[in-house]
Design a protein around this ligand. Structure first.
Ligand code: ZN
Length: 467
């Protein structure tokens, strides 16, 4: 009997990792890092199964909460292929090297602090993995085209389909045979939003025996794109009048390119003043270049613009900031500037230094354009915390805080339901994952009520037989 085990993104949004076993074949779908506080410890635990007993990894996309434990998996003995799309293969290398160097810095920082505090050896002072470990897994990254079937052994076959969530993102259809029975399992991965700019729409499926569906926004509807863009213009204009700076904490992959895309559009419409814009993230800069190198993966409009040499991710007044010195120099500029920097949830990176300079200024604003997981500095700020701790010091929050949900790269409740509605004969089971507990539960309840299907919200470590 084929079996699935939920090794992450179970009643939380990070740490996506699912093990499928059928007739001796073991396949892992995603191998992500937990980024929410109480669950982060899990990343340090040994793998629940021996890594050398897994035949292949299917990687839906490059985001760290889906890919971040690959270097550890390989270091601990996994030597099979890691299948993903060509764009994901390029992006994930940038993301894993960055993650590894942050792990290394973090470990050094902790070691220093523990030494000062006389707590030598307090856990964890070693990085979860190093840049060396990250590089060691690159040769196993194996590119496949959308729709191309990949044999994973005598009894398992996979194919990737456009998920419309990030450049190169995929949904995975896995066919397994066990005891003479075939089962089709569809993993939504992170599902994008139909009709959204830049990327193509998510693929729909007419048949599936089992579905593993994300539920990040399973309890909410997004505001329409036009409303989000006018809210962005309003926030920028307000801050320009007040004379402060505009900080946009942003993920290097996808959200940074979207912000550039919309800023470009607003500038062309003369809806915002021509301020200097700093993309203060070497990683976001490299990934933006990949968008321009892979127009075939983008929607028709964006593809056309890039092929005509008018990249929507570039405009007059945009400065690409690569070095730390250049980044620091931004703080000395008088007058309003727009700073886009990582990390998206303010858990690390250059955004922290810009927050230190701006968070206590009532004339500045911080625009949150991405999801803020619980237990992160970003979440604390959007929740209205009057004071926050950044780099070991407390600061009052006086800047204007604006939260946007309309930029989300995830389908909302209605879009998730519509996507499932394409499956003609009801699936044998639906597992709702990748959502905070309340969102996942709410979505599961709604889906079961509307369809009468068997819907469940697995716990971390739960296993289910795919009967
Ligand atoms: Zn994602």
């Amino acid at each position: 009997m084929a079996k699935i085990t939920f090794l992450g993104a179970a009643r939380c949004v990070t740490g996506s990792r699912y093990l499928v076993e059928a007739d001796g074949t073991r396949v892992l779908v995603d191998c992500g890092m937990h980024q929410e506080r109480p669950h982060r410890e899990r990343d340090w635990e040994p793998f629940p199964v021996r890594p050398d007993s897994i035949q292949a990894v299917l990687l839906t996309h490059a985001h760290l909460d889906h890919s971040g434990l690959l270097p550890k998996l390989v270091r601990e003995g996994f030597h099979g292929p890691i299948y993903c799309t060509a764009a994901t293969r390029e992006i994930v290398q940038i993301i894993l090297l960055d993650a590894a160097s942050l792990q290394e810095e973090d470990a050094e920082f902790k070691k220093d602090r523990h030494r000062r505090e006389g707590r030598n050896g307090a856990h964890p002072e070693i990085p979860l993995y190093t840049q060396f470990d990250a590089r060691a897994c690159f040769p196993q990254l194996t590119a496949v085209d959308y729709g191309q079937p990949v044999a994973l052994g005598p009894n398992a076959e996979a194919a990737f389909f456009d998920a419309g969530h990030t450049l190169g993102s995929a949904m995975v259809r896995l066919k397994v045979r066990d005891g003479g029975e075939e089962r089709t399992i569809v993993f939504s991965g992170d599902m994008g939003r139909p009709g959204k700019s830049i990327l193509r729409d998510p693929t729909v499926f007419g048949q599936a025996d089992y579905v593993i569906i994300e539920s990040t926004y399973g309890d909410r509807l997004h505001e329409p794109e036009a409303q989000t863009v006018s809210k962005l213009a309003e926030a920028i204009n307000w801050t320009a009048r007040a004379g402060g700076n505009i900080l946009i904490p942003s993920f290097a992959l996808e959200r940074s390119q979207e912000v550039l895309f919309y800023l470009n559009r607003l500038l062309m419409q003369n809806a915002i003043p021509h301020l200097a814009v700093f993309l203060d993230s070497p990683m976001a800069i490299s990934i933006t270049e990949l968008f321009e190198q892979h127009p075939e993966m983008l929607d028709e409009e964006t593809r056309g613009l890039i092929r005509a040499g008018r990249s929507p991710f570039d405009f007059g007044g945009l400065h690409l900031v690569r070095t730390v010195d250049e980044s620091k120099a931004i703080n000395h500029i008088a007058g309003t500037v727009i700073i886009i920097a990582g990390s998206g949830m303010c858990t690390g990176g250059r955004i922290k230094h810009h927050l230190v300079t701006n968070i206590a200024r009532p004339t500045s604003s911080v625009l949150f354009v991405g999801y803020q997981a619980s237990g992160t500095l970003g979440r604390e700020i959007v929740n209205g915390s009057p004071e926050v701790r950044i780099l070991g010091q407390d600061y009052p929050v006086r800047a204007r805080i604006v939260q946007f949900t309309g930029f989300s790269g995830h389908a909302d409740q209605k879009q998730l339901l519509d996507w499932l509605g394409h499956i003609e004969k009801g699936p044998r089971g639906v597992f709702v994952t990748h959502g905070e507990e309340s969102a996942a539960e709410h979505f599961a309840g709604l889906l079961a009520e509307k369809t009468g299907w068997k819907v469940s919200v697995p716990e971390y470590g739960d296993a289910a037989e795919l009967k």
